[in-house]
Write a protein that binds this ligand. Structure first.
Ligand SMILES: NC(=O)c1ccc[n+]([C@@H]2O[C@H](COP(=O)([O-])OP(=O)(O)OC[C@H]3O[C@@H](n4cnc5c(N)ncnc54)[C@H](O)[C@@H]3O)[C@@H](O)[C@H]2O)c1
Ligand SMILES: O=C(O)C[C@H](O)C(=O)O
Length: 293
């Protein structure tokens, strides 16, 4: 029997990540090849015409799994009934900026969208924040949507995880699909810590530790980490635009593995609300930034 469609919200859908992401969702890359979807796309009024063009293209692509498209600038209409929310709407940094430099513009967006999600999304809606600064925006969303369970609000560090897999694969000249179990600790920022302590590569003689195969701790402690930490900036320098296809693909990986699970013995990275697991300090209420009103 055919499955019921899942409603997936993409905010900032007229932007460059949105344009790469919505066809991936409509093709089943996010939720699986047998899962019908209804896409909810939100953007701001100045982008309404461009958003309507994206909707036209989705119709023209005749995706068999796509059972409906809501394209709107109304946050309530966009959030109503959604089972998965991918929060991409916001402003990207430009060359020479850090991700925290877009904080003042982007954080306010997440306050208003949090209350719309809290009131109108489906129960148990899973939220992925992509817009930067991703960890802070996710925390703001959690604060302003207190009835959404903490474990349902996450942010994207899967792009950093995938970048780390890619760097190991390039260094060892092995298929990226044979590398697994890197970990990204910390924020999606230049202070993140890509960790290969548990990472392995599948070889003809079984799984081998990345550290053993690389056999160069200076590289692992130095260039490897800084390349992953600075990859976003390197892409902005090269494209004059921030990463989009890799961000969209990683967002699909994040939701797919969250909803459908990972193969046994494989783990992946996602930004989660800290409850004290892994010896990382739990988030405390007194860490909250003070506000003037
Ligand atoms: N976490 C990650 O790994 C990662 C990776 C790449 C980019 N990003 C971030 O994702 C965000 C989007 O990047 P992009 O390249 O698609 O940017 P973009 O400028 O191409 O698109 C952003 C879209 O968001 C829309 N928008 C702005 N305010 C909005 C609001 N209040 N509601 C709904 N939509 C709104 C804009 O109109 C635009 O269409 C940026 O913050 C970027 O830094 C994060
Ligand atoms: O670096 C950026 O500003 C965009 C994104 O966070 C990335 O890592 O590519």
């Amino acid at each position: 029997m055919a499955k019921d469609p899942v409603r997936v919200l993409v905010t900032g859908a007229a932007g460059q990540i949105g344009y790469a992401l919505v066809p991936m969702i409509a093709r089943g890359i996010m939720l699986g090849p047998d899962q019908p979807v209804i896409l909810h796309m939100l953007d701001i009024p100045p982008a309404a015409e461009s958003l309507s063009g994206v909707k036209m293209e989705l119709i023209d692509a005749a995706f068999p799994l796509l059972k409906g498209v809501v394209a709107t600038t109304d946050v309530i209409e966009a959030c109503t009934g959604v089972n998965v929310a991918v929060m991409v709407g916001g402003f990207p940094r430009k060359e020479g900026m850090e991700r925290k430099d877009v904080m003042s513009k982007n954080v306010s967006i997440y306050k208003s969208q949090a209350s719309a999600l809290e009131k109108h999304a489906a129960a148990n809606c899973k939220v992925l924040v992509v817009a930067n600064p991703a960890n802070t925006n996710a925390l703001i969303l959690k604060e302003f949507a207190p009835s959404i369970p903490e474990k349902n609000i996450t942010c994207l560090t899967r792009l950093d995880h995938n970048r780390a897999l890619g760097q190991i694969s390039e260094r060892l000249n092995v298929q990226v699909s044979d590398v697994k179990n890197v970990i990204i600790w910390g924020n999606h920022s230049s202070t993140q810590y890509p960790d290969v302590s548990h990472a392995t590569v599948k070889t003809s003689s079984g799984e081998k530790a990345v550290r053993e195969l690389v056999c160069d701790d200076d590289w692992l402690r130095g260039e490897f980490i800084s390349t992953v930490q600075q990859r976003g900036a390197a892409i902005i320098k090269a494209r004059k635009l921030s990463s989009a296809l890799s961000a969209a693909s990683s967002a699909c990986d994040h939701i797919r593995d969250w909803v459908l699970g990972t193969p046994e013995g494989t783990f992946v990275s996602m930004g989660v609300y800290s409850d004290g697991s892994y010896d990382v300090p739990a988030w405390r209420v007194d860490y909250r930034p003070r506000t003037s009103n």
